[in-house]
Design a protein around this ligand. Structure first.
Ligand code: NAD
Ligand code: UDP
Ligand code: UDP
Length: 314
């Protein structure tokens, strides 16, 4: 089989490292581009001995000239703590980064997939969220650098598609979890597991009645690859996520049970503009890609707990 040379931006991050691994396993050559802003070499060190894996330290807000057959654009900090740390850089990564990667795809005439997000729906007034919903985003709030950055990236993808006939794929990814999440990135699954394993208080923000729907990394990777390999007429945007919805308090209780931890649940202030509810409507992905998540939350959490136990030396 002829190998494809695939570019993965953000390849040293949580989702990117799993994607690089899967693409190599499927017989492709992979170029991983990352500036290590939130990603680490640790995430990809097991791939470094593979002659078909190549890593480039590069910030996608600057032009990039390489020759590839396909592009997955994942580079962008994803946790609220990380993307709010340097909001200007977050906007640049979303917008200038997208322009550069689209320019690259245009020159090479290759397919490009954008890792968009459920955050484009903001604090949704429609539940569950389907692709036809335009969202409810505060353009000047603390989350805007990410939410509006990602919305503008979608705009750019569709502008290049209409104006330059570029083959695009836009995935709206909902909360995803699993091994290689950053230990301190502040996201709820990693926070709760690390707190439970260390016997620290479990920090529930607000009263814990807000909801999220959690997709295990393996399921998400299946969906992303299926979307990339779908017919050229399919541009998305397509929701990719697990429709099982949980309150944050339920998640805290689940983590306590699975880790057999004696940690206490404590309540902290709710961050600004924190969405109250989130659940993907995945009917489109089911129909178009024949994809739906298979992994249940107990199995996924156990795998993630085992990962954090290992890296915490417990
Ligand atoms: P992550 O922070 O683990 O990975 C992001 C990677 O991008 C890191 O390796 C980081 O170093 C790199 N990066 C950041 N800015 C860069 C730049 N300017 N140039 C080059 N590399 C850069 O996050 P993740 O969870 O793996 O998310 C990956 C993508 O998926 C992001 O685009 C994110 O918005 C999207 N997404 C993730 C989730 C989720 O639940 N994890 C949900 C929706 C969307
Ligand atoms: N670009 C890149 N690699 C390429 C081709 C383009 O990084 O192989 C960048 C370049 O910085 C450019 C951007 O992508 O500014 C947008 O490219 P496009 O062709 O759309 O616009 P133009 O070159 O006309 O500004
Ligand atoms: N959250 C929480 N405690 C934490 C971290 C997060 O209660 O230690 C809440 C947060 O307020 C939000 C939900 O969990 O309602 C998901 O947060 P996360 O940062 O993982 O993702 P996002 O808000 O982007 O969906």
């Amino acid at each position: 089989m002829l190998k494809k040379r695939v570019l993965v931006t953000g390849g040293a991050g949580f989702i990117g490292s799993h994607l690089c691994e899967r693409l190599l396993k499927e017989g492709n050559e992979v170029i991983c581009v990352d500036n290590f802003y939130t990603g680490t070499k640790e995430n990809i060190k097991h791939l470094l001995s593979n002659p078909y894996f190549e890593i480039l330290r590069h910030d996608i807000t600057f032009p990039l000239y390489v020759e590839v057959d396909e592009i997955y654009n994942l580079a962008c900090p994803a946790s609220p703590v990380h993307y709010q740390f340097d909001p200007v850089q977050t906007v640049k990564t979303c917008v200038h980064g997208a322009i550069n990667m689209l320019g690259l795809a245009k020159r090479l005439k290759v397919k490009i997939l954008q890792a968009s997000t459920s955050e484009v729906y903001g604090d949704p007034e429609v539940h569950p969220q389907s692709e036809s919903y335009w969202g409810n985003v505060n353009p000047i709030g603390l989350r805007a650098c990410y939410d509006e950055g990602k919305r503008c990236a979608e705009t750019l993808f569709f502008a290049y598609h209409r104006q330059h006939n570029l083959k695009i794929k836009v995935a709206r990814i909902f909360n995803t979890y699993g091994p290689r999440m950053h230990l301190n990135d502040g996201r709820v699954v990693s926070n709760f597991i690390v707190q439970a394993l260390k016997g620290e208080d479990i920090t529930v923000y607000g009263d814990g009645s807000q909801t999220r729907s959690f997709c295990y990394i393996e399921d998400l990777i299946d969906g992303i690859i299926k979307l990339m390999n779908s017919d050229d007429s399919i541009t998305g945007p397509l929701n990719l996520g697990n429709p099982d919805e949980w309150t944050i308090l339920e998640l805290a209780e689940k983590v306590l049970k699975l880790t057999k931890s004696k940690s206490k649940i404590v309540f902290k202030p709710l961050p600004e503009d924190d969405p109250k509810q989130r659940r993907p409507d995945i009917e489109k992905a089911k129909k178009i890609l024949n994809w739906q998540p298979k992994i249940d939350i107990d199995y996924g959490l156990k795998e993630t707990i085992a990962y954090f136990k290992k890296i915490l030396n417990l």
